[in-house]
Design a binder for this molecule. Sequence first.
Ligand SMILES: Cc1cc2nc3c(=O)[nH]c(=O)nc-3n(C[C@H](O)[C@H](O)[C@H](O)COP(=O)(O)O)c2cc1C
Length: 311
Amino acid sequence: MSGAKPGVDTAVDLGGIRLRNPVLTASGTFGYGTEFAPFLDLRRIGGFVAKSLTLEPRVGNPPPRIAEAPSGMLNAISLENVGVDAFIREKLPAIPDRVTVIASVFETEIERYAEVCQRLAGVPGVAGIEVNASCPHVKSGGIEFGQRADLLGPLVRATRRASEVPLLVKLSPNVTDIVEMARVCEGEGADGISLINAVQALEVDVETRRPVLSNILGGLSGPAIRPIALRMVWQVARAVALPICGIGGIAGPEDAIKFLLCGATAVQVGTSNYLNPAIAGEVADGISSYAERHGFARVTDLVGALESWQI
Ligand SMILES: Cc1cc2nc3c(=O)[nH]c(=O)nc-3n(C[C@H](O)[C@H](O)[C@H](O)COP(=O)(O)O)c2cc1C
């Protein structure tokens, strides 16, 4: 049962992707959707972003590849996924009707990113593509595509050309100037921007005197990164006209509402799915209740409604 209040219009348009409400789940934290179906009616949320796909199936880093962190977690799962063809053949058909699915793509070279997008283009059930720009560019010595404008521009251009479905670009927070990267996406024809991915981090075990992760570096996610994510969403919303999908540490409805107020049109729930697999539904219901309680007829009226201090 959806908790949407009768008087509140919860629908949003995320760069051409129509969502029944603004709550998605984040790539890599929600499998291919079906894993969570026993715990959450997927029609209660706006949709989900599937685990990022590569051309061929990949195994990720060896363990240990996840660890606890204060108010969050570290992960270095890397490229593990079933591959784009198995996703289309086996995973998509298993998803119930009327569930909005956004496919996520990552690769190590631009041509390969574009090839994955081409294979997804026009596949029934794929409402949009999210390009994960946090993958290391092998030819540039491992720097993430989303960390350099001269890598990000050609990536967005090539993936834009590869498919006509709505294209979101998911930015890396591991940059000095997130607005510069958002402007690159806008200039190259992206339909929306998702931000943020996990924040690059390191944790150490003093007993073994080793990094806790086999990969040494990992991505920090969960409530620890939420204020960073809010800051970046706010900065980008002021600088570009594209719709934004806010991600980072959402653990309840209030957190999601903060992202909407800072200018996000929709949000994604990530790490919190591990603590409560039904959390995304609760977030969706809570946004609707908040809108009703505060006299907003439409959830879109909350977008960018942050008040400033009058000094
Ligand atoms: C275990 C794990 C795996 C992830 N895998 C992906 C992935 O494949 N693609 C991607 O774009 N982001 C991936 N992410 C990043 C999340 O989608 C999200 O951007 C990040 O965790 C911040 O949101 P959160 O604090 O709500 O988790 C992953 C995160 C975690 C914790």
